[in-house]
Write a protein that binds this ligand. Sequence first.
Ligand SMILES: *Cc1c(COP(=O)(O)O)cnc(C)c1O
Length: 396
Amino acid sequence: MASTSSLPALDASRLSISLTETPFPIPTGKTTTKAHTDHLLIVSWTSTQGWSAPQIVPYRPLSLPPTASVLHYATSCYEGTKLYRGYDGKLRVFRLLDNCRRMKDSATRASMPAPDPNELSKLVKELCRVEGPRWLPSETSKGKFLYIRPTIIGIDADLALHVAKEVLLYVVLVTWPENANSPTAIGDKETLPGFKLWASPEDSVRAWPGGTGNHKVSANYGPALKAHSEAEKNGFDQVLWLHGTDRMVTEAGGSNFFVIWKTKDGVLELVTAPLDSGLILPGITRRSILELARTRFNITSKWELDGRTVLATAVNVEEKDFMIVDLIEASEDGRLLAVFVAGTANFVRPVTEINVHSHSIHIDYDAIPHAALLRKWLADMMYGIEESQWTEVIND
Ligand SMILES: *Cc1c(COP(=O)(O)O)cnc(C)c1O
């Protein structure tokens, strides 16, 4: 590894594009499945050759040896973000460079070569530019999006347990069934039903100090499915991961977790778990919500929401540890005003019930407007209704 610095770095200017001659049918009407688009962005890396020239090629399956490192040792990490077709007909990405920076951190944690975030961002935007016109036509796709999934996998075939000497980085775009996860879903109980969360069982943890919970490495996700399927079997949507014997609240499924409550001293507070424990995935939606809440909820103000004027009381924004008993107590005292989860996949979603070992906490859907406002502000930026430094237009 000593000489890697002299090897070719990831370089978007070396991109070649080979367009398909047999485009895939575009799903029409209401579909329930995800479909990939026509092309794939792919780059390889080896410890002796560095990064290859990136390619956008017609979509194709990967061919891997059955002994490939990723299939045995989970040498893999990924990202998730979205490409939005605005109401003004323009394509936008939201804080894409932050995703690319996180990809670099995840790759480093999984002992894989870290792609330069700026170059990766340029390459993702090129793929979006290629797929935009056909998969999100500007006239007919306003308010729609594609999901962007960059992935890095180790492909060494020697079955030895060592740091990957060969990797593939690839990016696919997929269509997403239109449902309540769309940022444009109108925020009422029918179209945007609240999530029901199932507290993780005591014998199951998602992340631990010194582990990988704060990185998007693939090894975090498969093992969490056992608790997730238990939640689903019981009629719940996601697992709320509690940590340690004091049952600290961390995050929910693939989303960060937020509470708005009144403290015992009567202060209105928006709380989410802090990042310093290393247990929490540093969500870009999470960061955006904290930044918006700190600047817009610092004083009590009136806002427009779905054609009416609402009053949002000022809130203190806190990143701090809290326990599930704090939630139960706040609920019993009538101080628990709103709970929601936030992440790219589920966007901003109210939580209406939390089951903690057969005890249920119920939360009012719309006692206060804060979560609905945060949701609207972010969606307005993504779809070009509000100009924002967090979005970037892609000319397709
Ligand atoms: C991806 C992810 C999130 C959300 O991150 P965003 O950048 O907001 O999409 C939250 N928690 C976990 C565990 C995740 O994997």
